[in-house]
Every structure is written in structure tokens, then in C-alpha cells.
Design a protein around this ligand. Structure first.
Ligand SMILES: [Cu+2]
Length: 165
């Protein structure tokens, strides 16, 4: 190998390395903790994914998008009790993750909405999910699928009562 190509490889490594460190659950970025999703009944066209986003940095960030090959489209949603009826809406400006703080996506609250499921989410299986942050960029996680009706450790609304606003 000639010196020039070695040099080229070294340059490539230097360029790639910082991006690699920015991924995943390192201490200098956003940690995606305990991702999970609820299994869906046969024929369901939508599902939801939940997790805790822990911002390890000293600057506020924002979850602005998500993608996965299990659904056509993913949106960041908020669910609210409006006069006794659970309603959800897309957070058009994303979900803020405060500097040095965390935000939890859970049933009855914030969630990543999976729209146009390509197949039902089956308990015990997993699927890949890529979250996009304004500053931290893309972070990919593997999401385990829990039982239909699973609430993790949180109380919350029933998906069946939700309606799109
Ligand atoms: Cu939703």
C-alpha cells in the first residue's frame, strides 16, 4: 500500500470517528433508555413506541423525527385528556429534551406514532427505530415489543379511546 492511500485512510478515520462517538448511549449525547412498543392486534394500522430520552449534554435538544422500516410514517405525538376524552396530536415542532434533563414517552402521554404498519407488532419480537434529534443527530435503537395492553410501569390512556385531532 502506498503512503498516499494510507494517508487517505487515516483522514477518513479522523472524519468518521467523531460521528461514531455521537451515536448510541454514550455519556456525551442523548441516551435512549428502555425503548419499548406495545404489540398490536391483527389488522392494526397504527402502533406506538415509548422510551426515556436522557439528555447528557449541557444544551437543550429536540426530538424532531423518527423512522423505521415497520411503518410508512412516524410522527412525534402528544396525548392529552380533553374533557375526559383522550386526544392526540402531532408535535409539529418536535419534543424538547431539556439540557441535563430527561423526558419520558409513555402511554397516555408523548409517543412515537407508527402510522401505516407493514405488519402487526408481535410480542417478543423487536424492530429497529432511528430517532432524529436537532443537535444529537440520528440515534438508532432496537425496540422490544411487549404484550398488548402493557403499560410498563406507568398508568395511561387506552389506545382504543384515542382519536386523531
Ligand atoms: Cu399518536
Amino acid at each position: 500500500m502506498c503512503t498516499l492511500s494510507k494517508l487517505a485512510i487515516a483522514v477518513v478515520l479522523i472524519v468518521i470517528a467523531p460521528a461514531a462517538f455521537a451515536q448510541g448511549t454514550g455519556t456525551s449525547t442523548i441516551a435512549v433508555e428502555q425503548p419499548w412498543a406495545r404489540a398490536t392486534p391483527a389488522g392494526a394500522r397504527t402502533g406506538a413506541a415509548y422510551m426515556t430520552l436522557d439528555n447528557k449534554t449541557s444544551s437543550a435538544d429536540r426530538l424532531i423525527g423518527a423512522s423505521s422500516d415497520v411503518a410508512d410514517k412516524l410522527q412525534i405525538h402528544e396525548m392529552k385528556d380533553v374533557n375526559g376524552v383522550m386526544q392526540m396530536r402531532e408535535l409539529a415542532n418536535g419534543l424538547p429534551v431539556p439540557a441535563g434533563g430527561s423526558v419520558t414517552l409513555k402511554p397516555g402521554s408523548y409517543h412515537v406514532m407508527l402510522i401505516g404498519l407493514k405488519k402487526p407488532l408481535t410480542q417478543g419480537e423487536t424492530f429497529p427505530l432511528t430517532l432524529t434529534f436537532e443537535k444529537a443527530g440520528n440515534i438508532s435503537v432496537t425496540v422490544p415489543i411487549q404484550a398488548i395492553g402493557a403499560m410498563q410501569d406507568n398508568k395511561g390512556g387506552d389506545m382504543g379511546n384515542m382519536k386523531m385531532k
